[in-house]
Design a protein around this ligand. Structure first.
Ligand code: ADP
Ligand code: MG
Length: 579
C-alpha cells in the first residue's frame, strides 16, 4: 500500500507531510517546508504554483491568485489572466504541486491524502475541497478539522482524555477551537474566530506606519504607488518575522520611489502597540469559545499555538495572561496541521505512530540585570531570554540600558535556570564589552542569545547607537555530571543484561496494544453511530445497523482484524452522515 499524505491546504500557505518510521515528516516543496498557496500564469501563459507565483504577484497581480481558500464552495469563477477558473480548479493546482513534491520525495506514486479544513467549513466547502483533491489525482480518504489535526500532532501516542484550546493565527484568518479528546475520539466542541484577521493585517499596520514616516521625510506616500507598495509589503513582512526574535529591526529599500531610499528602524515594543488591539480581538473569540462550550478556562489541560503569526511573542504572552496556562508552540506552528493530517493518514492505514520529536531546550537561559525582586530594587535579578521548552535552534534578543553616566563597559553574565535571582542559577559564563560611548545613563545595549541544536550558546552584546559589538560562544552544560555508561554497567554487574543479551521488544505486548487500540476505536465509533441512528434516513439507518451488528459479532468472537475493517467502514459512513 502506498503512502497516504497529509495536506494542510491553507489560505496563505500550504504544507504536506507523511509518516516515516512512525513519525511525521514535512516534505519540502521547491526546497522549502512551506509553499505559498498561490497560483499564476506567467507572461507566456505558463502555469506557476507556489513561491514562483507569489514572486510575480507584484508585477502581475491580474494573472496571480492568492487566498483561493476563501472562495471554496462558491460557484463564482475567478479570473487568472484572460481565463476564468472555479475555486476547485485553482485549489487542485496547489494540491497537485504538493502531490508531485511528495512523489519526488518518496520516490513512489501517491494517490491518497487526508486534507484539513477549518472547523467552521460547511458541507459545500468540504465537498469543494474533496473535489479539488480528486481533480489533482488524489483519493481524499478523509477531510479533517485543522484544530483536530493540531491536537493529534501533540498527543498522537497519548490515550488519556483531555481538553485542548487550539489558537490558530494564520495569514488572513484566526480561529480558536476547543478540542476534547475522549475515548480516543477527537472532537471540536466549539470554534470561533475571524475570517479576516491574521498576519496580513499586521503587515498592513506596519506598512501604514512606514508610509507615514516616509511621507514625513520625503513628502511622498509609497502606498500610493502600486510597485512601491508591493515592495514595501515584502519588506515589512520580513521585518515582522524578525521582530518575533529580536527587539529591533531595520527596513531598507533602495530607490523605493524614484531616487528616494527607505531606511527605518522598527522597535518590537512599538510594533506590539500597533497589533495589540487586534490580538485583543482574538482573545474575545477565545472567550466566546469557552462560553459556547459551556466550559471554564480552568477545565483546560493545554493550549496549543498554531499558524505562522502565532510566533509573535506577544501572542503567547497574552494567552498566558488570559488563560493562565503556558501555551505550547514547540512543534512549528506553521507545520503542525500538516503533521497532524499525516498522523491521521497513517491511522487510516492502520500504522502505529509516535508523537512528534522536536528538539527543545530543557533549560531556560538568560542574564542578570538590575530589577525588581520582592517589591524592591535588586542589583542582579534573573532575566530569562530563551525559555525552557523553546524549539531549537532558537535566537532571542532583548534590550538593556546602562546604569551610569559615561559608563564605559558592561559585564555580560549568562545563567541557566529558573530562579528569580541570577546568583541562584547555574553560571554559564561572562564577558566584558568595553569602549562604550561616553553618554548619559540609558545607553542601549542589545543582548542576543542564539542556542543551536548541540546546546552551543552564542551570546552577542551590541551597543545600539554605534553597532559596537562582541560575540562569545559558550558551551552549556546539562547541569549534571556526564554519565559514563560503561562504568555504570560494570558497577551493576549481573543486575542488568547487556544490550546483546537482552531480547528485542516483546511482540506480544505490541499485538495486545494493537488489539486495545482497535477495541477503543470500535467502542467510540459504535457510540457515535448509535447516537446518529434516529436522525438519519431509513436506508442509511439500516446500513448502519448492519455494520453495527457485524462489529458486535467481531467483538464477541475476538476477531480483531475483521473489527479493524469494520471500524474503517463505520468511520467512512460516519464521515458522510455526521456534519
Ligand atoms: P495560513 O494557515 O493562514 O495559510 P500560516 O499559518 O502559514 O498561514 O501563517 C502565515 C502568516 O504567518 C503570515 O502572515 C506570515 O507573515 C506569518 N509569519 C510567519 N512566520 C512568522 C514569524 N516568525 N513571526 C510572525 N509572523 C510570522
Ligand atoms: Mg493554517
Amino acid at each position: 500500500m502506498g503512502a497516504v499524505i497529509g495536506i494542510d491546504l491553507g489560505t496563505t500557505n500550504s504544507e504536506v507531510a507523511v509518516i516515516r518510521d512512525g513519525r511525521p515528516e514535512i516534505i519540502p516543496v521547491d526546497g522549502e517546508p512551506i509553499m505559498p498557496s498561490c497560483v499564476g500564469l506567467d507572461s507566456r501563459g505558463e502555469l506557476l504554483v507556489g513561491r514562483v507565483a507569489k514572486n510575480q504577484m507584484a508585477a502581475a497581480p491580474e494573472s496571480t491568485i492568492l487566498s483561493i481558500k476563501r472562495k471554496m464552495g462558491q460557484t463564482e469563477r475567478v479570473a487568472m489572466g484572460d481565463r476564468f477558473f472555479s475555486p476547485e480548479e485553482i485549489a487542485s493546482l496547489i494540491l497537485a504541486s504538493l502531490k508531485t513534491a511528495a512523489e519526488a520525495h518518496l520516490g513512489e506514486t501517491v494517490t491518497e491524502a487526508v486534507i484539513t479544513v477549518p472547523a467552521y467549513f460547511d458541507d459545500a466547502q468540504r465537498k469543494a475541497t474533496q473535489n479539488a483533491g480528486q481533480l489533482a489525482g488524489l483519493d481524499v480518504r478523509r477531510i479533517i478539522n485543522e484544530p483536530t489535526a493540531a491536537a493529534l500532532a501533540y498527543d498522537a501516542d497519548q490515550t488519556s482524555d483531555r481538553t485542548v484550546l487550539v489558537y490558530d493565527l494564520g495569514g488572513g484568518t484566526f480561529d480558536a477551537s476547543l478540542v476534547v479528546v475522549q475515548d480516543g475520539v477527537v472532537e471540536v466542541k466549539s470554534s470561533h474566530g475571524d475570517t479576516h484577521l491574521g498576519g496580513d493585517d499586521f503587515d498592513h499596520l506596519l506598512m501604514e506606519h512606514v508610509d507615514r514616516i516616509f511621507f514625513e521625510q520625503h513628502a511622498v506616500h509609497p502606498l500610493a504607488d502600486l510597485k512601491a507598495k508591493n515592495r514595501l509589503w515584502a519588506a515589512v513582512e520580513k521585518a515582522k518575522r524578525e521582530l518575533s526574535d529580536v527587539p529591533y529591526t531595520r527596513i531598507r529599500e533602495e530607490y523605493l520611489i524614484g531616487d528616494l531610499h527607505l531606511d527605518v528602524e522598527i522597535e518590537r515594543s512599538a510594533y506590539e502597540d500597533m497589533i495589540r488591539p487586534l490580538l485583543r480581538k482574538t482573545m474575545d473569540s477565545v472567550h466566546r469559545c469557552f462560553k459556547d462550550a459551556l466550559m471554564l478556562p480552568g477545565a483546560l489541560d493545554k493550549v496549543i499555538l498554531v499558524g505562522g503569526a502565532s510566533r509573535t511573542p506577544l501572542v503567547a504572552e497574552l494567552v498566558k495572561k488570559e488563560i493562565n496556562i503556558e501555551p505550547r508552540h514547540e512543534i512549528h506552528p506553521d507545520l503542525i496541521v500538516a503533521m497532524g493530517a499525516a498522523i491521521q493518514a497513517a491511522v487510516i492505514q492502520g500504522q502505529k505512530t509516535k508523537s512528534i520529536l522536536v528538539d527543545i531546550t530543557p533549560y531556560t537561559f538568560g542574564t542578570g540585570a538590575v530589577g525588581v525582586y520582592n517589591g524592591q530594587l535588586h542589583e542582579d535579578v534573573f532575566v530569562p531570554m530563551i525559555h525552557r521548552g523553546t524549539a531549537l535552534p532558537a535566537r532571542k534578543g532583548k534590550r538593556f540600558s546602562t546604569m551610569h553616566d559615561g559608563q564605559e563597559a558592561v559585564d555580560v553574565r549568562i545563567y541557566q535556570g529558573e530562579a528569580p535571582l541570577a546568583e541562584d542559577n547555574i553560571f554559564i559564563g561572562n564577558f566584558l564589552v568595553e569602549g562604550l560611548s561616553d553618554v548619559p545613563a540609558g545607553n542601549e545595549i542589545v543582548l542576543t542569545l542564539a542556542l543551536d541544536l548541540n546546546g552551543v550558546l552564542e551570546v552577542t552584546a551590541a551597543e545600539k547607537r554605534t553597532g559596537l559589538s562582541k560575540t562569545v560562544t559558550m558551551k552549556t552544560g546539562d547541569g549534571t555530571a556526564a554519565f559514563d555508561l560503561e562504568q555504570a554497567r560494570e558497577h551493576l554487574g549481573d543486575w542488568i543484561e547487556t544490550e546483546s543479551e537482552s531480547a528485542g521488544p516483546a511482540p506480544s505486548v505490541d499485538a495486545a496494544d494493537e488489539k486495545e487500540q482497535v477495541m477503543a476505536a470500535a467502542k467510540a465509533l459504535r457510540k457515535r453511530s448509535t447516537a446518529l441512528l434516529n436522525d438519519i434516513d431509513a436506508t442509511d439507518a439500516s446500513e448502519l445497523r448492519a455494520l453495527l451488528a457485524d462489529s458486535q459479532k467481531a467483538i464477541a468472537e475476538g476477531r480483531y482484524q475483521k473489527l479493524a475493517e469494520l471500524n474503517e467502514s463505520l468511520s467512512d459512513m460516519l464521515f458522510y452522515l455526521e456534519d
